[in-house]
Design a protein around this ligand. Structure first.
Ligand SMILES: Nc1ncnc2c1ncn2[C@@H]1O[C@H](COP(=O)(O)OP(=O)(O)OP(=O)(O)O)[C@@H](O)[C@H]1O
Ligand SMILES: [Mg+2]
Length: 700
């Protein structure tokens, strides 16, 4: 038997027939439950059938759709919730715009709860992002490297290769991406970013006594992938020495630095007094396609905190951005690949393999007749980016020097540790898999000294360190890549079993890790029938492609829904249906209502056209005299969720609908959603007053 949960303040009744019920304000359960969130019911309309929503539903239950997640040995405990931390420093003033503002347009009002993002009133068709801004700039906060690219709208419209990237001075020359490193002083105030932060921290170690009280963060992006459902704005991360700070502050400092840098460049490079400012720029922030919704929302929040307003920001999925770039800018592809290249022509399907420092992100794309992209296989992958090779090396250090020694070095001399890993990184990038020569690189003396002090003996002879240089055989060095190669190959093998990818014979490998010879050679070896296309600068393809995405957000025409989306309603049911629901109530007329019901709007696996709105659905408020309804939007990986409280259901946000100006009780609330972009846009039209209410939710 189910438990019948009685709802208290139900001022609205659900209608599920084509009859509009007369509102019954004498509900027996009126006073026994709280919360305005249940004031929402589905209206069954003569004109709008719920069946209209059941579009094609490709089978997504294939095993390869489930992303496996491998916890890295040395990441454990790096990220923890603020609730059990004491060492959180004061955060910067929160620049977040209060989203509770109500914007009045001619006929429309946008209203949202604080958790939601308000968008400007606009026509449905107008989902072209930032179409009125002079510049488009993309910011890519990478696990290892970060940067921005930009273009004047007019220039990039004329020529998609017309995208600029600043150059950053690193330890070995100039780079188009900067290091993802943020330094805060001991008070927690932002100090430096990128290579500059690394160098400063390193050099200050010699002479600045208090440098260990500074906060130095690198390799923090993976937090957003690893924390998944536990992610929130209070979460803290530890710096290189274990000091804690709110993660959102670190992310937003990185975004703010890049944003301010571009503004500075623009102000200096254009005619004086041209007054180019933040509002002239539409910003695009890149995110891995495999990230969960909360992670994407976290990046939005970090961007807002960095002074980028919600309506001047789009999120671009990293593999999509790279895919768009390689297609629109053929000169990004090596000539050798172009000769045999077929993947630029319409009708061709290919897999985009985005291999960055943190994640491996795989998506299937098809080029449509009209040259737009269609997603044929949804994003999937895992934490198998290039940094795993570094983690294998760090494990090796623990093996040879012992965990105790490595921890001691990290704690006492973090720069020495960091430098050694950096030295390794250089060798990793230039490693030639066919060479038999030993790999030799600098290793800090600190390891030797701490070892000898701790063990009261010399280093064992198998550790080949001489004059501060470590020597590793080519075969051992190769072994650092084994785990990555295995993960990538086995994941791709699984994916290629899918019937949806049977026509694919091209892999477009992007992301910095695709520069690795050993990785690309291994993929070629395992998939001899595939053409592996690597652009000339695979790391930059994501960043530059994000600018093109900002210019043309509809370049990807359709996507496969990764979630089932819906809203919370009360639904009238027949007595025999009781058993299907966990929470029920009954009104005075003994009508039965299932409560907290997940009303499905889009189903997982459905193909959704990016600029198309789902057929409208109509609902009635449960009580005619209520001043407002709060419509809660949910997502889940279940195909047929029953209640919004089912395990795995995630609340996306709430759209508040103001009913104060309603003059009569009738007139439905018409709900339309557009879920094919990188965000969901929901519009409620109050047919009584003609007012529209909109909200934008970040898509998982
Ligand atoms: N020639 C190379 N050989 C091997 N690895 C390389 C090479 N060039 C770059 N990498 C690796 O690629 C990764 C960086 O790539 P990229 O800049 O695309 O990543 P990211 O943007 O920092 O990470 P993510 O996109 O996953 O957040 C690093 O792990 C780096 O060591
Ligand atoms: Mg990247």
């Amino acid at each position: 038997m189910f438990t019948c949960k009685i709802l208290p303040d139900l001022k609205y009744l659900l209608t599920i027939a084509s009859i509009i019920y007369v509102h019954d304000t004498s509900d027996t359960n009126l006073n026994s439950m709280g919360g305005a969130l249940r004031k929402w019911r589905k209206r069954k309309s003569k004109h709008v059938s719920t069946n209209q929503l059941s579009l094609s539903t490709p089978n997504l239950s294939e095993p390869q759709q489930k992303v496996k997640y491998r916890q890295k040995h040395n990441r454990k405990d790096r990220f923890s919730s603020a609730s059990n931390q004491h060492n959180v420093t004061a955060s910067e003033p929160d620049l977040r715009i209060d989203n509770q503002q109500i914007e009045k347009g001619d006929e429309e009002i946008s209203a949202n709860s604080r958790t939601d993002v308000v968008i400007n009133p606009s026509n449905h068709e107008n989902i072209k992002a930032g179409s009125n801004r002079l510049f488009i700039a993309a910011i890519d906060i990478g696990t290892t490297y970060s940067g921005y690219a930009y273009s004047a709208r007019r220039d990039v419209e004329k020529d998609p290769s017309n995208i600029l990237c600043p150059q950053w001075r690193g330890d070995e020359g100039l780079y188009y991406k900067n290091a993802t490193a943020v330094l805060f002083d001991k008070q927690g105030h932002f100090s430096k970013f990128g290579f500059e932060a690394e160098t400063y921290y390193h050099e200050a170690m010699e002479e600045q006594d208090d440098i260990l009280t500074y906060f130095f963060f690198n390799d923090f992006k993976m937090l957003l992938y690893e924390k998944k459902d536990d992610l929130n704005k209070e979460i803290v991360i530890t710096d290189i020495t274990g000091k804690k700070m709110k993660a959102i502050k670190v992310f937003s400092a990185a975004i703010r630095y890049l944003k301010e840098h571009l503004l500075d460049v623009l102000q200096k490079s254009f005619v004086r007094d041209s007054n180019i400012s933040n509002t002239d720029i539409h910003w695009v922030l890149t995110v891995p396609a495999i990230w969960e919704m909360k992670a994407k929302q976290f990046m939005r929040d970090a961007a807002e905190m960095a002074g980028i307003l919600a309506d001047q920001l789009s999120l671009a999925l990293e593999p999509e951005a790279a895919s768009i770039y390689c297609r629109k800018v053929p000169m990004s592809i090596k000539e050798s690949d172009l000769k045999t290249l077929t993947f630029l022509s319409s009708g061709i399907s290919y897999v985009v393999l985005d291999q960055g420092g943190g994640t491996l992100d795989v998506t299937g794309h098809q080029i449509e007749e009209d040259n737009f992209l269609k997603e044929i296989f949804p994003p999937n992958g895992g934490s198998w980016g290039g940094n795993n090779v570094n983690y294998e090396f760090e494990k090796y250090l623990e093996e040879i020097f012992t965990i105790q020694v490595v921890h001691q070095v990290k704690q006492d001399d973090p720069v020495a540790y960091f430098d050694t890993v950096k030295q390794f990184e250089r060798k990793k990038k230039s490693f030639k898999p066919k060479s038999d020569a030993d790999v030799v690189f600098n290793v800090s003396q600190a390891f030797k000294e701490v070892y000898e002090k701790t063990h009261k003996s010399d280093l064992p002879s198998e550790i080949r360190i001489k004059h501060g240089k470590m020597r590793i055989s080519a075969s051992r060095f190769k072994a650092f890549f084994d785990q990555s190669i295995q993960s990538i190959i086995s994941h791709l093998s699984e994916i290629f079993k899918s019937p949806k990818l049977q026509n694919v014979n091209v892999i477009l490998a992007v992301g910095g890790f695709s520069e690795s010879e050993i990785i690309i050679d291994s993929i070629r070896e395992h998939f001899p029938n595939m053409q592996i296309v690597v652009p000339k600068d695979p790391g930059l393809a994501v960043l530059k492609g994000a600018v093109l995405f900002g210019l043309e957000p509809l370049a990807v025409k359709s996507r496969i829904s990764r979630y089932t989306y819906g809203i919370k309603i009360d639904k009238e049911i027949l007595p025999k249906e009781d058993e299907n629901y966990r929470t029920l109530r009954r009104d005075r007329k003994s009508r039965r209502f299932a409560t907290d019901v997940f009303e499905k709007l889009v189903e997982i696996g459905e193909e959704i056209k990016v600029n198309e709105w789902q057929p409208a659905k109509e609902y009635d408020p449960i009580y005619k005299d209520d001043q407002e309804v709060k419509i809660e939007f949910y997502a889940t990986e279940e195909k047929d969720p029953v209640h919004v409280t089912d395990p795995g259901c995630m609340k996306l946000g709430t759209l508040n609908v103001d009913l104060k100006e309603r003059t009569r009780s009738n007139g439905a609330l018409k709900l339309e959603i557009n879920a094919g972009g990188t965000e969901i846009i929901a519009v409620i039209t109050d047919e009584n007053t003609g007012k529209k209410f909109k909200a934008k939710f970040c898509l998982p």
